[in-house]
Design a protein around this ligand. Structure first.
Ligand SMILES: NC(=O)C1=CN([C@@H]2O[C@H](COP(=O)(O)OP(=O)(O)OC[C@H]3O[C@@H](n4cnc5c(N)ncnc54)[C@H](O)[C@@H]3O)[C@@H](O)[C@H]2O)C=CC1
Length: 522
């Protein structure tokens, strides 16, 4: 491992490594159960800040051990005003810069992210997911910043000729101060996916992470600042509903971009509607994965595992309703169960771990209660669905469970209808294409869907009929940043990633230019 003693986590001793170098456990300074964070987690106007709200502090836990990792000071009205004012002032400067100038700073930020292994480590400590996945998440954040840095200089308008030599042109202009509100399942990646297109378009941002995972968004704020962003360009305020609601109602906020649950998404939309502010909503899903009998079974099994068990199953796009054509059902289930049982659960900071801890104790209990409910409703537990206690004594208080495959599921069961947001796969069988399409679409949600088949015509025909924003053919849960991602129906509004997102973080100004005299009717 290559050591680099610089650390942006003041108060922590951290060893940094070159990207992708898998460090042997012996040199890792961060290990589960050893990190305490005492530095302030808010960041505005170029610095970490403590909240003006004194007295009320919330515990933040380390999912791997159940220890208290730090205390969160939720931001109140004074803090929010300061953060929004800082963002307003940065907007004045940043929005006047050329795309090429913005690009340089964003690329520099991406370079800094690339050499900071500590981001992935802190993501693990705060979220509980495995270090292998956390590295991929951080890398996705970096790639997103690079991608939009590249697009920053391509923002342009149109020129339209009008009669008599007159003409009109359009300008693509930023919106102003954008708010990002994040969920706990991909803390750093969500902050990057929201800030990258916003900043590329010339906006500034105030970002509120989930109070469950406050730690890594502030690292992103420090990185943008270190890369040369003006003070106030990307700010982080901590807190829960009240803080989020202050942000959504703030008169100087131009747009709200939210990732989280459907009920909260509805509230965000209501609050934003009072100020006629545009929203981007990335909400939940109960996505179907259709496996036809002509599939390459090995790939279908791999796809089903990827569709269900990343991030301990806490992924909005997960394909948790796995419909398998009757003829291959037993063969498929046997293989899926075998591989699910061999998933290595345990200390998320170990290189060998494939599944870490769920994000919180209440969430673990909620997921386990879904399994109990499924049993009562007649599903069979083919494997897993139990609390798991690792042998390492320091992990005994962690929030682990064994990944679960439910068989004999029917469309009416709660486990098939509701988003569980944990490592629980529901397997259903089907006979015909028409039938499975009807059942797959029979939901108010529509984030993602997948199909495995070797029949190329069937693949495209099925995808055409699936009511979902992101469809996968012969794969699942890949999210290249150059491709738009988002939902149909109640799974959301707008898109993240890809070129189209530029439209969600900018507005078009039309300029009419008269070259003759005014032709007045009066
Ligand atoms: N689609 C997705 O990616 C996600 C879906 N979920 C689902 O949501 C469930 C609950 O998880 P939570 O983290 O509690 O999700 P949530 O939707 O309640 O919270 C997401 C974010 O919104 C903020 N928030 C909550 N109420 C708000 C309000 N009234 N105004 C402004 N901001 C507000 C939270 O502080 C957090 O930052 C999960 O069990 C899961 O089913 C959770 C996380 C991500």
């Amino acid at each position: 491992a290559i050591r680099d003693t610089r650390s942006m986590l003041r108060g922590l001793t951290v060893v940094l490594r070159r990207p992708h170098a898998a460090p042997p456990a012996a040199v890792r300074c961060v290990s589960s159960g050893t990190v305490d964070i005492t530095v302030p987690l808010n960041f505005w106007a170029g610095k970490r800040r403590t909240s003006h709200e004194k007295g009320h502090k919330e515990n933040v836990y380390e999912p791997a051990t159940g220890r208290v990792l730090c205390h969160l000071e939720p931001c109140g009205a004074v803090d929010i005003n300061q953060a929004v004012n800082a963002a307003k002032s940065a907007f004045g400067h940043w929005s006047k810069m050329s795309g090429m100038e913005r690009m340089k700073i964003m690329i520099e930020a991406a370079h800094i992210i690339e050499v900071r292994e500590e981001i992935a480590e802190m993501e693990v400590v705060n979220n509980g997911k495995s270090i292998t996945e956390a590295r991929l998440d951080v890398d996705s954040g970096r790639l997103c910043i690079e991608y939009y840095a590249g697009l920053a200089s391509t923002l342009a308008g149109q020129h339209v000729q009008l009669p008599g030599g007159s003409f009109a042109y359009t300008r693509r202009e930023p919106l102003g101060v954008c708010v990002g509100i994040g969920a706990w399942n991909y803390p750093f990646q969500i902050a990057s996916w929201k800030s990258a297109p916003a900043l590329a378009c010339g906006n500034s941002m105030v970002f509120k992470p989930s109070p469950v995972t406050p730690v890594t968004a502030v690292l992103l704020a420090e990185i943008y600042a270190q890369a040369g962003a003006p003070d106030g360009l990307f700010n982080v305020v901590q807190g829960s509903q009240e803080t989020g609601s202050l942000l959504c109602h703030h008169p100087d906020v131009a747009k709200v971009s939210f990732t989280g649950s459907v009920p909260t998404g509805k509230k965000i939309m209501e609050m934003a509607s009072r100020g006629v502010k545009p929203v981007t909503l990335e909400l939940g899903g109960k996505s179907p994965l259709l496996i036809f009998q002509d599939s390459d079974l090995e790939n279908a099994v791999r796809g089903a595992l990827m569709a269900n068990f990343l991030s301990q199953g806490q992924v909005c796009s997960n394909g948790t309703r796995v419909f398998v054509q009757r003829d291959i059902l037993s063969e498929f289930v046997e293989e899926v169960v075998k591989r699910t049982q061999s998933i290595e659960i345990g200390d998320p900071l170990l290189e060998t771990t494939r599944m870490g801890a769920l994000v919180s104790k209440p969430h673990l209990e909620k997921v386990l209660s879904f399994v109990e409910q499924a049993k009562k409703e007649g599903a069979s537990v083919l494997c897993g669905g139990e609390p798991f206690v690792p042998s390492d004594p320091k992990l005994k208080g962690g929030y682990y469970m064994t990944p679960c495959v439910l068989g004999d599921c029917t469309d009416e069961m709660t486990c098939v209808k509701e988003e569980i947001f944990g490592p629980v796969m529901s397997v259903l069988s089907f006979e015909t294409e028409e039938e499975v399409l009807h059942r797959a679409n029979n939901t108010t949600l529509g984030l993602a869907a997948g199909v495995f088949t070797r029949d190329v015509r069937r693949a495209h025909r099925v995808v055409e009929h699936l009511k979902a924003g992101s469809c996968f053919i012969n794969n699942y849960n890949i999210t290249p940043v150059e491709v738009p991602f988002g939902g149909f129906k109640m799974s959301g509004i707008g898109r993240e990633n890809g070129q189209v997102t530029i439209e969600h973080y900018s507005q078009l100004k039309t300029v009419f230019v008269e070259m003759g005299d005014v032709d007045s009717l009066f």
